[in-house]
Every structure is written in structure tokens, then in C-alpha cells.
Ligand binder design. Structure first.
Ligand code: BGC
Length: 769
């Protein structure tokens, strides 16, 4: 416990909390949460109550002396973006020691895929299909973040994304409802541990509620217009899964849904979230979103915006001052009732209570004497980062077993992403330091030692388009995000070709900069930028084997690359230990096991390509060689994605055989089991993911062609085999019907099992009435 807090003589856990220091009335014991908080609320002034609803960004907008004053006056409920104990301590002292009622504040931050240690971006984490590893990544992040005095993260981000033009695709876990829901649970369990009140836990605030990933055209902040059935079936379950796993918070999305912004959406926030789902935690707005209600055109001024938001149940206002400015007048006029205000205040206080802050506001901040340099190497968990980064890499192509590479050859490593530490971190890696990040060049060099020769050339700048570079540098997260080499394209290419000529094999590291897959970074093209395309063509023309290492935060359109490269390894943005992890895979020290959590289109015009599409009357023929007249397709290119959902190769071969169902029929209260034998028929140990899909053959409404309903990641030695079992219960067959009832309908179902979503074995069974 913080000394000054203890010195006050307030043995909070026993009888007296600091909030009651000035009262003669005996407060309820602290372990009686609602009585304790309600009693506290009776003592709060209107200004203090409104203060609790303000979530303020620490930064240039509010210098420290001013923020200390505001906190001590009880005018701030929580802050975000200050990420060290030393920064947070005086702020908590102002709140918990010096404010009238001594109500603690909380500290929040976007701990999205790691904290001091950066793990792969969320899309990469999802590619591991390893829930334990994902949970561990969140646990390590929580330990590091709580060690910096943080109490809450604005994560997990579980927006289903099916349009890779959307820049925030990188920040989510892909296109599939089932997979994202399981990951949502794992992330919440990892962040919160056994309780968000633990000193080494942080509270999870799931976002962006709701449907942010479905913004029209993949253009950030755009509208969402969606049928209720699609919403309930595909987009809402991951948020609910996070809440059922115990997430203490929910952040409202920036978009509107069927004409009403989430921030003012009473149906979404009250009826669905609180009444139907029973959520009792803290709802915050997104950054400035209450004020944006004016821009959406549903509020004519700040007063109306504040009124709409609080009535919808947005309890904390992130980074805007409308609650402070408008709520006093709205309460006075009776337009917002005391009851409505109190409901929000209670939510904020209850969240603080659940974070353990009333018991000890300094439980995560500790004593100054225990502070560590937040930037020190000791703060990092490199081993955990390397383990999961290896699992997040997806081998998309490996012609003639070009990979793994021998450690004895001469390798030319070429490309703008080969040695770019900032980009390894990926988007939303606020506390990660590029100075502590291993690039691919460093990782390969370390793996090779003196055994082989690693030659390097930049080869091309990220892009030749100056306005794109200017745009990316405007974000200015690091000193310079994108730092083009001043040499011209010909000079860079000449150097690369010279290097390539001396090598046995070329490894080209190409893709996007991290800023290209970020908030506000929607794209109209999904091909590699022209400079990089030209580089690859020139490298291909050397006739040397060409291995592509891709770094990107969204599916790209890679038809040329698929045709021309010998091997392609998707590495996303793989974090602090990314370079080592990629080298592990390139040299065969780790056998790749990642699978795509999102399908890759052939071209941008083919979007959307998600695998679990609804059935239609004129589907394109399954065999791409068959003519598809009057069927649903684009006639200029083959139908279907370039790489399907669930795709990912290994250095060994796996075979599935003998799919069996324990019974060909079941009733609602029975279950059956699907079994299949997985065999490692190659000569290396390896892991793969066996995937279970179910298709409802006929129902009261149109159902998807298939849906993922289970998966198991299994490791086998060469020659080893294992029977994989999937229980099938009525629960797996349920869906939202036209009345939005969640029910299974009797009839025929097809069970499909495969190592990706396309190549599957299948068998039917019936659900009997
Ligand atoms: C983003 C949120 C984020 C918030 C605070 C907003 O711009 O949409 O996802 O949590 O900023 O950093």
C-alpha cells in the first residue's frame, strides 16, 4: 500500500474508507459494494458526480498542473494515455488523498496487442488459432500494464471485419464470428485474470460496440446499415462473448447503426446491452464521440448531444467537455433526471470498485522506491513474444519445399520492410519501443551467425507516392514514421540486383507500413505499392528463387505474387520479437502452424470474400473451370478468394481420413460426435488446426454455406496420428430466425471437417424433432 495512503490511518478494508473521513456517520463496510457506493453518492455534489463521468486524455490539451487541480477538485473520473507509475502517482494522490471525497481515479490505455512487449497485431494473434497462447499474450500485457499503474484497457477490439479496405482490420481478429468470440473470451480472461481487482490485472473494455467493422465500403467512420438477422447472427456475438467472460467495460462505436449513432442509440445501449444481455459494467464513449453527434446530424448542439448520450447510457465521456458543460443545465431543467445521472455515476464508481481502487487506490502504482525504468529491458517478456509470434505466421505458399532455407547458403534480404523496426510494432502499440524491436534483418543475422552470408539492400522505398508518405507521417507516432531513402528508384533497384546476383536465394520483405493498416487508414487498393511491385518483378527476372515475407495488417491482393514467388510467408506485424520469430520459421527452427482468420481476395473488386456467406439461388460452379453463365460471379477472374479462411501450410504434410459420425441422427437433448483421424505423413514434427464447419441444409430462412463451429490445434510427430473428436450438440445448430429467436430447427445438417474452409470431408445427419 502507498505510504501516504496508509499514513492517513484509513484502514479501508476494515471499517472506514477515505471517502468518509469527514463524516460522523458510519459508512457501510467496504465489502458491501452497493451500500458502500450508494452511501458515497449521497455525499457527492452535482459537480462531483458530473466529474466522475469525465475521461480525460493526458497530453498537450491539459498540462499537468491544470490536470492535478481538476482532479483534486473532483472534476475528473479517469484519465488515459499516461503510462508510468511515476506519471500516474501524483494524479492518484490528487484524487485519493487530496480531493474532498477522496474518490480514486482510474488510469486507462489502449493495451491492444502487448504493452511494453509488443505481441503480433490482433490479426496475427488470431492466426495462431491458439487460445491459450492468445490468453497468455493478454496476461503478459496485463502484468506489464498494471506494473505501469494502469487499471483499464480499451480492448479487446472484437469488431468482425469482412472488408479489408478498412484499416482497422489489423486491430481485430478477422472475419469469423465463432473464432473471434472464442478469442474475445481468451483476451478478457488474460487481461482480467481471476479478477479485475487483482493488482496484476487490468479491466477489459470491449469495443467498438457495435458493428464498427461493417462500415460501408470499408471507409473508416462510415455508416453501418445492416439487417437484424445478420447483426445477431454474425456481428454481435463476439461482444457478448467478451461480456459473458466478465469484461468490466464496453466502449461505444463511432458509427451509426441503421440511422442512429451508437453513442445515442437507446436500443443498442439500453435494450440490448443492459436489459437483454444484463451488462452491469461501465459504458464509455469513444474519443470525442458525444460531440460528433452534432456532425452525425442527430443533435443540433452540444446540449442535445450530451442529453442524447447520457440517456442512451454512455456513462463516461471520453475526451470531450460536453458532460461538464451541459449536464448541470440539463439536470436543472429536468431534461435529464437525477436518476439518469446517478445510474451513470454508479457505473463509474462500481467499475472503480471492481478494479479494487476503493480498497487501495495505489495497488497498481505502488511506492516510488519500487519504480522501474519503464523503458528498461527488464520490463520485456521476449520469450513469450517470440513463442506467439512464431505461431502467428502463415505459410501461404511453398512450391517445391523452397522453405525452410538452409543456413549454409548466401541469402539476399531485400525490401523496405526488411529492416524497419517501427513497422514491426504494428498499429496501436503505444508503449512498444522500436529501439527494442528485432527486425527481420537482425533476426536472420542472429540465426545465421557465421554459418552463412546475409546480404542486404533496401531495393525500393515503401511507396513512390509522396502524398501517401505525407499522410502517413502526419500521424507522427514515432520520430518519422516513413523515412524514404533519398536515392531514386533506379539506384535502389541497381543496388538490390547487384546483391541478388551474388545470392543463392532472395528473401523479399514487402508489404505495408504500419500506418497503412490503422485507424483512419482505409485503402482503395490492396495490391503492393508500385515501387515494391516493380522491385519484385526485377528480382523475379534474375531467375533466382524468390521467397516473399509479407508484412501487412490486412489481406492483400496477391495474384501476381502467388503466381511468381516460390514461397510466401504472411507475417503481419509481428512485434518486439518479430524478426527472431520469422527467422525461426524461415530456417525451419519452428514449423509454421498459423491459419488465416480472414480470406484473401484476388482483387479489391471481389470484396467481400468471407467464407460463411449466405446461400443464393445461382451459386457459381464449384469447379472454376466450368462455365458459370448466369451464376453469381465476376467474369474476369476465377471465383472465390485467393487464399481461403483457415488456409495455412506446414513444412510437413497432414492428412485427414475416415470421418465418422457416432450417429446419423440426434434429438435436441442428445449429442453426437464427429471423429476424424489426423496423420502427420511428412518427415517433420508439426502442428495444424483441424476445423469443424456445419451447414444447415434447409431452414426457415437463408443460412450460410457453412459456419465454423469448432477447431483444435494439434501437434504430431512424423508418422504419428491422432483421432480428433468434436462433440455436436443442439447448441451448435442454433441460429437467429426471422423473429430473432435463437433456436435450432429440425432437419438435415452437414458436418464438414478440413484443414481449411474449402477442402473438407463431409457427412450429413438429422436433427429429429
Ligand atoms: C479509437 C479507440 C481508442 C481511443 C482512445 C479512438 O480514436 O477509436 O479505439 O480506444 O481512440 O485511444
Amino acid at each position: 500500500m502507498h505510504t501516504s495512503f496508509a499514513l492517513l490511518g484509513l484502514v479501508t478494508c476494515l471499517t472506514l474508507s477515505p471517502a468518509w473521513a469527514e463524516t460522523t456517520e458510519t459508512p457501510p463496510p467496504i465489502d458491501q459494494k452497493s451500500a458502500f457506493l450508494e452511501h458515497l453518492m449521497q455525499r457527492m455534489t452535482l459537480e462531483e458526480k458530473i466529474g466522475q463521468l469525465r475521461l480525460i486524455s493526458i497530453g498537450p490539451d491539459m498540462p499537468q498542473p491544470q490536470i492535478l487541480k481538476e482532479i483534486a477538485a473532483g472534476r475528473i473520473g479517469g484519465t488515459f494515455n499516461s503510462i508510468s507509475r511515476a506519471e500516474n502517482r501524483p494524479l492518484q494522490e490528487a484524487a485519493a488523498l487530496h480531493s474532498r471525497l477522496k474518490i480514486p481515479i482510474f488510469f486507462a490505455f489502449d493495451v491492444i496487442h502487448g504493452h511494453r512487449t509488443t505481441f503480433p497485431i490482433s490479426l496475427g494473434l488470431a492466426s495462431s488459432w491458439n487460445l491459450e497462447a492468445i490468453q497468455q499474450a493478454a496476461r503478459v500485457s496485463a502484468v506489464e500494464a498494471s506494473g505501469d499503474g494502469l487499471d483499464l484497457t480499451f480492448a479487446p477490439m472484437v469488431d468482425i471485419s469482412r472488408d479489408p479496405r478498412w484499416g482497422r482490420t489489423s486491430e481485430g481478429f478477422g472475419e469469423d464470428t465463432y473464432l473471434v468470440s472464442r478469442i474475445a473470451e481468451a483476451m478478457v480472461r488474460g487481461y482480467q485474470g481471476s479478477s479485475p481487482s487483482n493488482a496484476d490485472s487490468i479491466m477489459a473494455s470491449v469495443k467498438h460496440f457495435a458493428l464498427y467493422g461493417a462500415v460501408e465500403g470499408g471507409r473508416d467512420y462510415n455508416v453501418v446499415d445492416m439487417s437484424p438477422m445478420r447483426m445477431y447472427q454474425d456481428y454481435l456475438p463476439p461482444y457478448r462473448a467478451a461480456i459473458q467472460a466478465g469484461a468490466g467495460g464496453v466502449m461505444a462505436a463511432l458509427n451509426s447503426i441503421n440511422g442512429m449513432p451508437a453513442t445515442a442509440n437507446i436500443w443498442l445501449m439500453q435494450d440490448l446491452l443492459r436489459k437483454d444481455w444484463g451488462f452491469k459494467g461501465l459504458v464509455t464513449s469513444d474519443h470525442g464521440a458525444i460531440w460528433e453527434l452534432i456532425r452525425h446530424g442527430v443533435a443540433q448542439d452540444g446540449r442535445e448531444a450530451a442529453k442524447l448520450a447520457i440517456k442512451a447510457g454512455i456513462s463516461m465521456s471520453m475526451h470531450d467537455s460536453l458532460y461538464r458543460d451541459e449536464l448541470p443545465k440539463l439536470i436543472q431543467s429536468g431534461e435529464v433526471s437525477q436518476k439518469e445521472l446517478d445510474a451513470s455515476v454508479y457505473e463509474v464508481l462500481a467499475a472503480k470498485y471492481d478494479m479494487g481502487l476503493f480498497h487501495d487506490p495505489f495497488r497498481r502504482i505502488g511506492e516510488a522506491s519500487g519504480d522501474q525504468d519503464p523503458k528498461s529491458e527488464q520490463r520485456l517478456n521476449r520469450e513469450a513474444a517470440r513463442q506467439i509470434a512464431r505461431q502467428s505466421l502463415v505459410l501461404l505458399k511453398n512450391e517445391q519445399n523452397r522453405l525452410p532455407l538452409a543456413k549454409s547458403s548466401t541469402i539476399a534480404l531485400i525490401g523496405p520492410l526488411a529492416d524497419s523496426p517501427i513497422d514491426m510494432l504494428g498499429s496501436w502499440s503505444g508503449a512498444g519501443r522500436h529501439q527494442q524491436t528485432v527486425t527481420l534483418r537482425q533476426g536472420m543475422q542472429q540465426a545465421l551467425g557465421a554459418e552463412a552470408k546475409l546480404l542486404y539492400a533496401l531495393g525500393a522505398n515503401l511507396t513512390g507516392n509522396q502524398s501517401i508518405i505525407d499522410y502517413l507521417n502526419r500521424f507522427n507516432w514515432a520520430e518519422t514514421e516513413v523515412n524514404p531513402d533519398p536515392r531514386n528508384a533506379e539506384q535502389l533497384l541497381a543496388e538490390a540486383l547487384e546483391v541478388a546476383q551474388k545470392a543463392d536465394v532472395i528473401v523479399a520483405a514487402v508489404g505495408e507500413s504500419r500506418g497503412m493498416s490503422h485507424e483512419s487508414s482505409s485503402r482503395t487498393q490492396l495490391t503492393l505499392p508500385d515501387t515494391q511491385k516493380a522491385l519484385l518483378k526485377a528480382l523475379k527476372a534474375t531467375g533466382k528463387p524468390l521467397v516473399l515475407v509479407l508484412m501487412n495488417g490486412r489481406p492483400l491482393a496477391l495474384e501476381w505474387e502467388q503466381e511468381n514467388a516460390d514461397a510466401i510467408l504472411e507475417t503481419w506485424f509481428s512485434g518486439t520479437e518479430g524478426g527472431n520469430a520469422i527467422a525461426d520459421v524461415l530456417f525451419g527452427d519452428y514449423n509454421p502452424s498459423g491459419k488465416l482468420p480472414i480470406s484473401f481476395p484476388r482483387s479489391v473488386g471481389q470484396i467481400p470474400t468471407y467464407y460463411n456467406r449466405l446461400r443464393i439461388g445461382r451459386p457459381a460452379p464449384l469447379d472454376p473451370k466450368e462455365p458459370g453463365n448466369y451464376t453469381s460471379q465476376y467474369f474476369e477472374e476465377p471465383n472465390g478468394p485467393l487464399y481461403p479462411f483457415g488456409h495455412g501450410l506446414s513444412y510437413t504434410q497432414f492428412q485427414l481420413s475416415d470421418m465418422q459420425l457416432s450417429s446419423l441422427e440426434m434429438t435436441a437433448d442428445q449429442s453426437l460426435e464427429a471423429r476424424i483421424t489426423l496423420k502427420n505423413t511428412g518427415d517433420r514434427a508439426g502442428e495444424t488446426v483441424v476445423q469443424l464447419y456445419i451447414r444447415d441444409e434447409a431452414a426457415s430462412i437463408v443460412r450460410p454455406v457453412k459456419e465454423l463451429k469448432g477447431f483444435q490445434k494439434i501437434q504430431l510427430q512424423p508418422g504419428e496420428q491422432q483421432v480428433v473428436r468434436f462433440p455436436i450438440t443442439e447448441e451448435l445448430l442454433k441460429f437467429y430466425n426471422a423473429q430473432l429467436e435463437y433456436k435450432a430447427e429440425p432437419g438435415v445438417f452437414q458436418v464438414q471437417i478440413g484443414l481449411d474452409s474449402q477442402q473438407v470431408q463431409h457427412q450429413n445427419f438429422s436433427l429429429k424433432p
